[in-house]
Design a protein. Structure first.
Length: 149
């Protein structure tokens, strides 16, 4: 496991299954789908095009705090329209920087204008932690002489 790797490698290990929602569906439907799959965000798709993201943060700030009803509010009214994306070739490090800079927790992975996956900050942090553990293990083996010659 390498500390520097690409988003494509993470998707290969994680899988590229993505659940999505359409702009006309209700926020409630989106929340149910997120709860069902234990995820925190959904790409919003219209005619196979990514048009936004719906996150738990969108719900909290644009529905719950404003006194709206999730069963009556369409996704299109609260989704984040300016979606920040990455590609399979982007690095984990660059993607973490992108998430931090733009204050997002999920990044759609795009290829040739099509959605091919979704990564979360948790995916990237887990990868980084495991990569660091592998490096530490290798260094310990090297220092103690257990490193393969």
């Amino acid at each position: 496991m390498e500390i520097t790797t690409t988003i494509g490698r993470i998707l290969y290990r994680k899988g590229s299954s993505v659940w999505s929602i359409t702009p006309g569906e209700t926020v409630y439907s989106g929340l149910m789908l997120m709860a069902q799959h234990n995820i925190g965000a959904l790409p919003v798709m219209s005619e196979n095009r990514l048009v936004g993201m719906l996150s738990e943060r969108d719900y909290a700030r644009k529905v719950a705090l404003l006194g709206r009803a999730s069963k009556d509010t369409p996704v299109s009214q609260i989704m984040t329209r300016a979606v920040i994306t990455v590609t399979r070739e982007d690095s984990v490090s660059d993607s973490l920087t992108t998430m931090t800079t733009h204050r997002v927790r999920h990044l759609p992975v795009m290829e040739d204008g099509k959605l091919v996956g979704l990564i979360s900050i948790g995916d990237l942090v887990n990868w980084t932690i495991n990569a660091q553990k592998a490096v530490i293990h290798d260094l310990e083996n090297y220092v103690t002489g257990a490193y393969p010659a």
